[in-house]
Every structure is written in structure tokens, then in C-alpha cells.
Design a protein around this ligand. Structure first.
Ligand SMILES: [Zn+2]
Length: 258
């Protein structure tokens, strides 16, 4: 799981430098079976996973995915799925993390516009998925709003691109059984979470796991992450985050009662 590929002065959990990203992609291409999300899911469905497979994803639809990441992906023939938030593509909202400061406030756009999403979708091996309309914590919003976030984003991306949108990505990995039901109802084939670790045959296609890669992942750390060495630790941290989400969802339910 990636977000941005860009050069920054300070460490940002969501940003990997172009140099680091290229090193990681070269390791993937040399040592791993890298597949598209669709191919990986097909293998999971068939239960024919003789060797581990890796799929690359990007969240939020950043402009650097097209300008910086795509050329590197192409150089190594690595497919990827980019999950876009439609209001970010409309340029009517920005991911809160980049709404102010160095990027964003001074007029520099951080997100892809629709022409750029189309350009990205035209890159061989790249596919666009949905990451909602406005990037909310889905469990904290009323059901009608959650349904609209999940379904309308899919319809708008399909209209803009003229091709089907098959995969969904929960913002911040905030999901419960209601969100899973809505994603299925909206006609997606699968959805990705931020629960860390590998997906094995029999995996839940509505809660697919992903491992976050950061700029701190040098060759050694990257190889260890891919081998699953951090899965137990990341799993513990994830349980804590899920508890926080559950508390926030409970609070918003209490608040919305008359
Ligand atoms: Zn996101």
C-alpha cells in the first residue's frame, strides 16, 4: 500500500521518495511475482497460489502517481491499482493532510484531475478503483451517506473513464459489517482495507489485507516486510486502531440520536 511518491524535506508516513520507490520496485521485479489486483484475486479464488504474489496499490489519487510513480512502474512492468476520491479529482477537496502548508496552500495541486486520471488509466497495467466521494470515516456517517459515498463514487469514475470500476478502498481502513454490505450492494468485486499481512486462499474479498510501505523501508526492511516478518507486530497495532474506530463510530451514533 502506497500513497504518494515525491521528494520531501521531512519524513511523511504517506510519502516515499522517487529514489526509494524505484529501489523497492526493482526488488519487486527481480525477486517477486508481481500481479495486478485482478490477477491476484483470481489466483486466490482458484486456490492456486504456488508462490506468493504481490500487488501494488495507491490511495487518494495523487498527481505524483502519474508524474513520478507511473514511469517507474512502467520501467519495471509493474501493474498497480490507484484508488481515487472523486471530490479530490473534481479539485473541490484535498486530502486533509495536504490541505495546508508546503503543498496545497500555495496553489500547487496535489491530486489528479479527471484528465490525469484518464491518462493514468491509459498506462498499461494501471487500473482505477474507488476511494469514496469525500474520504470520510465511513462508520461515523449515516447509512444513506455511506451508501452514496460508496456507490456514487463508482458511478462517477465509470462515467469519467468509460470503463468499469471493480475495486473499492475504505478510507483510513474504517469499516464494519455495514460498510462491507454496502460495498457488495454497490457491485464491486472486492475491497481493500489497511489490515496488515498477506491474503491467503479463503481470504475475505471485502476486507483484503495490505501492508503499508514507507520511505523508511530500505532494501532490508522492504524484504522483511514482504516476507511477513512484521505482520504480528502490525497486526497488534491494527487491533488498537480498529478499537479507536469502533469507539468513534459508537460516539457518532450516540450524537446522532435525537
Ligand atoms: Zn485515503
Amino acid at each position: 500500500m502506497y500513497h504518494r511518491v515525491a521528494q520531501t524535506r521531512e519524513f511523511d508516513q504517506l510519502i516515499v521518495s522517487p529514489r526509494r520507490f524505484e529501489a523497492q520496485m526493482s526488488i519487486l521485479a527481480a525477486r517477486h511475482r508481481v500481479v495486478s489486483l485482478g490477477e491476484g484475486l483470481q489466483a486466490l479464488r482458484d486456490g492456486r497460489l504456488r508462490e506468493p504474489m504481490v500487488a501494488v496499490t495507491f490511495d487518494d489519487g495523487y498527481l505524483d502517481n502519474l508524474e513520478v510513480a507511473a514511469p517507474i512502474l512502467q520501467r519495471y512492468s509493474i501493474p498497480a491499482t490507484v484508488f481515487v476520491t472523486t471530490r479530490f479529482c473534481d479539485q473541490s477537496a484535498v486530502h486533509p493532510r495536504y490541505a495546508e502548508g508546503e503543498q496545497g496552500a500555495n496553489g500547487l495541486r496535489v491530486h489528479l484531475d479527471w484528465n490525469q486520471v484518464r491518462a493514468l488509466a491509459d498506462v498499461p497495467g494501471l487500473e482505477i478503483g474507488s476511494h469514496t466521494v469525500s474520504h470520510p470515516y465511513l462508520q461515523t456517517v449515516p447509512e444513506a451517506r455511506a451508501r452514496q459515498e460508496i456507490l456514487d463514487s463508482r458511478l462517477q469514475i465509470e462515467r469519467e473513464l468509460g470503463r468499469p470500476v471493480r475495486y473499492f478502498c475504505y478510507p483510513s481502513g474504517d469499516l464494519g459489517s455495514r460498510e462491507v454490505a454496502l460495498v457488495r450492494e454497490a457491485g464491486y468485486e472486492a475491497a481493500v482495507s489497511v489490515a496488515p499481512g498477506r491474503n491467503r486462499p479463503g481470504a475475505d474479498f471485502w476486507r483484503l489485507r495490505r501492508t503499508e510501505i514507507t520511505d523508511r523501508d530500505d532494501d532490508r526492511a522492504f524484504a522483511l516486510k514482504l516476507s511477513g516478518a512484521f505482520d504480528a507486530l502490525h497486526g497488534l497495532l491494527h487491533v488498537r486502531r480498529q478499537r479507536r474506530f469502533a469507539r468513534a463510530a459508537a460516539r457518532s451514533r450516540t450524537l446522532s440520536k435525537p
